[in-house]
Design a protein around this ligand. Structure first.
Ligand code: CP
Ligand code: NVA
Length: 310
């Protein structure tokens, strides 16, 4: 693995390798024999707010022996219009790797190309790959496996989190159902790329506006905010459009007994999830948050691992 820019660009084998190592990272935390980031300094360059991603990367890089600098995009010249290509060439000559949270997917891809250092997508408008890797780890931890399971995403089905789920489902053998109103369903061009006609292998994808049908018999009900970062101006409209796509106790009853309820956080109680359901499933939800640390330490370790010569 050279970068983690998206799950679209990550192979099934690499996803499974990350997940295996994430489990080991979790069980050996505090007594790692290897410190693969020793003598390295990684840059975290964020154009959007973050709690989980920032803390988990800062802690994870340090636990792997590295140092880290946090660069809020508005505090550096990038925020005053310096091109990402120039920022990347500067950071690439001084840092050993970069973790980027921004808007356009093209920005992380350009950063990786121009910096020539390992680059991790810490959320773009297009994908949130680190989140879904931690979520897959959580599903396997709580249910034994994600293979053969039905994972139902409810809410804004066109944002980064469900899109990374969609790419995961295209490579791994589980069924992903996305329940969203027509305007908030994944772009058909992305669906066609991920699930081309005649595709062999990987899982199954169902997209529907019928949230009850999508929840029925599911192993996991998953939701995310209705108003993603950068969409604040659309708040009122989105809240009205997505109002019925809420995980409440009645919806949970339609899922399998013992089904997981998951949320990438931050959560808005009374919007995408009720307070009652959130608290009843808080252990799973905060395990997801914790697993960001372990999954990302696995990603970081694999990105700096020596590669066999071609
Ligand atoms: N889930 C997630 O990425 O959280 P933050 O926005 O707090 O990093
Ligand atoms: N879809 C959300 C995820 C937050 C972790 C956003 O982009 O704001």
């Amino acid at each position: 693995m050279q970068h983690l820019l998206s799950l679209e660009a990550t192979s099934r084998d690499d996803i499974l390798t990350v997940l295996d190592l994430a489990v080991k990272m979790k069980s050996t935390r505090g007594r790692h024999e290897a410190h693969p980031l020793r003598h390295q300094c990684w840059a975290l360059m964020f154009s959007k707010s973050s709690t989980r991603t920032r803390v988990s990367f800062e802690v994870g890089i340090r636990e792997l022996g590295g140092d880290v600098i946090f660069l809020a995009a508005d505090d550096i010249q990038l925020g005053r219009g310096e091109p990402i290509e120039d920022t990347a060439r500067v950071i690439g000559r001084m840092c050993h790797g970069a973790v980027i949270r921004t808007f356009g997917q093209d920005e992380v891809e350009n950063f990786a190309k121009f910096s020539r250092i390992p680059t991790i997508n810490a959320l773009t408008d297009g994908e949130h790959p680190c989140q879904i890797l931690a979520d897959l780890q959580t599903v396997a931890e709580k249910l034994g496996t994600f293979s053969g399971k039905v994972i139902t995403f409810i809410g804004d089905g066109a944002c980064n989190v469900p899109l990374s789920w969609l790419w995961a489902a295209s490579k791994l053998d589980f069924e992903l159902r996305i329940a969203a109103p027509a305007h908030y369903q994944p772009d058909p061009a992305i669906v066609a790329r991920a699930f081309p006609p005649g595709k062999i292998g990987g899982g199954k994808l169902v997209i529907t506006d019928d949230l009850k049908a999508a929840a029925r018999g599911a192993d996991v009900l998953y939701t995310d905010v209705w108003v993603s970062m950068g969409k604040e101006e659309e708040s009122e409209y989105r809240i009205a459009q997505l109002a019925s796509y809420q995980i409440d106790a009645a919806l949970v009853k339609l899922a399998k007994p013992g089904a997981l309820v998951m949320h990438c956080l931050p959560a808005y109680r009374g919007k995408e999830i009720t307070a009652e359901v959130f608290e009843a499933h808080a252990d799973t939800i905060f395990t997801q948050a914790e697993n960001r640390l372990h999954a990302q330490k696995a990603i970081l370790s694999l990105l700096v691992a020596p590669r066999a010569p071609k």
